[in-house]
Ligand binder design. Structure first.
Ligand SMILES: NC(=O)c1ccc[n+]([C@@H]2O[C@H](COP(=O)([O-])OP(=O)(O)OC[C@H]3O[C@@H](n4cnc5c(N)ncnc54)[C@H](OP(=O)(O)O)[C@@H]3O)[C@@H](O)[C@H]2O)c1
Length: 300
């Protein structure tokens, strides 16, 4: 039987965002690329050595592409400026040029780290001023899209988290520590962001593609949270079900020995995106209530 042509390309099926996106869309509609770990129904693609044009020749039905791959850890970008520049800037610009020439709608995942964190609550018209190399690389790709393309969306993503026990994302990592008997957690009081649930990221990407929402958007949940506040919200949610004996040791993000100092307040506002796609995003309180409820149910 003839297979329907896949019309969406997921470039770099990253564990945090790409895999849940692919799971939601499915292999009949999306072509997912992988580099090291094979994905069922996907194709191997190394952005540094493989030719995207050849891949598109073999899959001529592609109408939209979500660019997710890259060196996404700021410290690793800083440790290898030339290597990360090749991957995060040069190869992505090349991919953009190839996709644009074929009339593909491009969705590029940028980052909250395009801001210096001096002000917070950023909207799309606020000037970007990255202090991390990773953020500067994202800005170079943003500029390339803005200067060379019409059919694109830049989604500046805040910190993502999920709700699956053991997934290693922020809330679940704390849950693992607490349930594993850790009695003291060190947590920064001065780092502020607008974290967003992965399922909301996936829904937003799909809505952006569906509506071909063009331009620059902030992809984050409403609200600005200190890291320590998020831990407090989680502990309060767990404490409604069972006693939680854990002390929080407040500290500064600057106390961690990081090669590049982190911007402090990278909270953003999602109003422009929410108006464009007509969705609502869950709050950290809602997510904590669900996580705590699941853990309590599993304990009985
Ligand atoms: N997750 C967040 O909280 C967050 C926040 C802000 C922005 N973002 C942005 O959102 C996007 C997705 O983030 P993520 O956290 O899901 O990413 P991630 O988990 O770090 O995954 C990065 C992906 O890039 C792939 N990759 C690395 N080198 C490659 C190469 N040479 N060719 C092809 N693929 C290569 C990796 O594949 P292998 O593992 O096989 O090498 C991996 O699948 C990224 O652009 C990131 O900058 C994420």
């Amino acid at each position: 039987m003839l297979q329907p042509a896949r019309d969406m390309l997921i470039l770099g099926t990253s564990p945090n965002v790409g895999a849940p996106l692919y799971e939601r869309v499915g292999p009949r509609r999306a072509l997912a690329t992988w580099r090291r770990a094979p994905i069922a129904g996907g194709v191997r693609f190394d952005a540094l050595t493989d030719d995207l044009a050849l891949l598109l020749d073999m899959h001529s039905g592609i109408r939209s592409a979500v660019i997710l791959y890259g060196e996404t850890h700021p410290d690793r970008c800083f440790a290898d400026p030339a290597g990360s520049e090749k991957l995060n800037v040069d190869s992505i610009r090349r991919a953009i040029d190839i996709l644009r020439a074929r009339g593909v709608f491009i969705v590029f995942l940028s980052s909250q780290f395009v801001f210096d964190g001096e002000v917070g609550n950023y909207v799309e018209t606020d000037p970007a001023n990255p202090i991390l190399l990773y953020g500067a690389q994202k800005i170079r790709v943003e500029r390339h899209l803005q200067e060379s393309c019409e059919r694109y969306a830049i989604l500046r993503l805040s910190k993502s988290y999920a709700e699956t026990p053991g997934d290693g994302t922020m809330l679940c990592a704390w849950v693992d520590e607490i349930m594993g008997g850790v009695r003291r957690i060190r947590c920064a009081t001065d780092q502020i962001f607008s974290p967003i649930l992965v399922s909301d990221i996936v829904a937003a990407i799909l809505a952006v593609i569906e509506g071909e929402c063009r331009g620059l958007y902030h992809l984050c949940a409403p609200g600005a949270y200190r890291r320590i506040e998020m831990l407090e919200i989680l502990i309060a949610a767990l404490s409604r079900h069972f006693p939680v004996a854990v002390d929080i040791e407040p500290c500064s993000i600057r106390d961690f020995d990081l090669p590049e100092p982190r911007p402090l307040d990278v909270s953003m506002q999602p109003a422009k995106l929410l108006a464009a796609i007509g969705l609502r995003f869950d709050s950290i309180e809602e997510a904590c209530r669900r996580i705590a409820g699941r853990i309590a149910a599993a304990r009985v």
